[in-house]
Design a protein around this ligand. Structure first.
Ligand SMILES: [Zn+2]
Length: 286
């Protein structure tokens, strides 16, 4: 992806190199796996895990600077700032096309663990969006795991796709879709509630594809292989792919994010159509 030399957003807060952001969780491995299953590209599910983590994070102090960022970390920061600026420009345009005003979210880069309005979380959560403070939280080590643990091919556009997916959850919050979906979940069986969660997640993938379409028209950023990088990442974080890796078998009624095929389908639908009206995953689960 071509990303250098464009506007960078002021809405990225880089907390890497800070200490006191939260205590490491002793024996967090098993929680990590539970969180991972619930929570890759966490969406609103981050809330489900917070009571435990909140207890564990008690007594933490305010972050203080501990070390300077490395050259690689600085470059990562510039990349994230550029992708966020691209998201701001695209969504400002799409909202304006629909006579709405876009409100910009923030991205918090952290390492280890972090406190949010949705409670505490660790790197094991994977990137997630907290509607309570309208911030995306990411430990960039996730992208290494996406390759080593989940078998995605990696690349800068895989990261761009994940950021755009999380911003998609912000869009759903602004449009009221997330609140509507939570209301629809009330009183439903676990399996029915999970289906609604899948629809919300697939729509965030659709929005990531839609963003890619607009960003290409506005900034001409795509290089050969970029779409494949996004599709490979979307495939790797499908519920079926993760479950067969982590537990050796799949339980479809427990899916919360959609299969690999669904995730790729909806990303591509957003990318190919460039039309926000095509993204009604709630009526049209494939
Ligand atoms: Zn999500």
């Amino acid at each position: 992806m071509k990303w250098k030399g464009r506007r960078q957003s002021d809405n990225v807060e880089d907390r890497r190199g800070m200490s006191g952001g939260g205590k490491a969780i002793a024996g967090g491995g098993i929680i990590g796996i539970v969180i991972l299953l619930l929570n890759v590209f966490g969406g609103e599910n981050a809330q489900m895990i917070t009571p435990i983590l909140e207890q564990m994070n008690q007594g933490q102090s305010a972050p203080t600077e501990q070390r300077a960022l490395t050259a690689k970390e600085k470059e990562e920061q510039e990349f994230v700032k550029t992708i966020l600026a691209d998201n701001e420009d695209v969504w400002t345009k799409i909202f304006a096309e629909n006579n709405l005003t876009y409100q910009k979210p923030k991205i918090i880069l952290f390492e280890g663990s972090v406190q949010t309005a949705c409670g505490g979380a660790t790197s094991a959560s994977g990137p997630f969006y907290c509607p309570g403070d309208q911030k995306v939280y990411m430990d960039l080590k996730f992208f290494k795991e996406l390759k080593t643990k989940f078998g995605a091919q990696g690349g800068d556009f895989a990261t761009a796709y994940v950021i755009a997916h999380e911003i998609g959850h912000h869009v759903q919050t602004l449009l009221g879709t997330s609140a509507k979906m939570r209301k629809m979940q009330e009183g439903k069986s676990k399996a029915e509630a999970n289906k609604l969660s899948v629809a919300l997640e697939l729509q965030a993938d659709f929005y990531a594809g839609l963003w890619t379409n607009y960003n290409q028209k506005m900034n001409h950023v795509l290089e050969i292989g970029d779409i494949d990088e996004a599709l490979s990442a979307a495939h790797a974080v499908g519920d079926d792919a993760i479950q067969s890796k982590m537990q050796g078998h799949i339980v479809p009624e427990s899916f919360t994010h959609g299969t690999s095929e669904q995730r790729k389908y909806w990303f591509l639908k957003g990318y190919n159509s460039g039309d926000i009206k095509q993204g009604n995953t709630f009526d049209e689960i494939r």
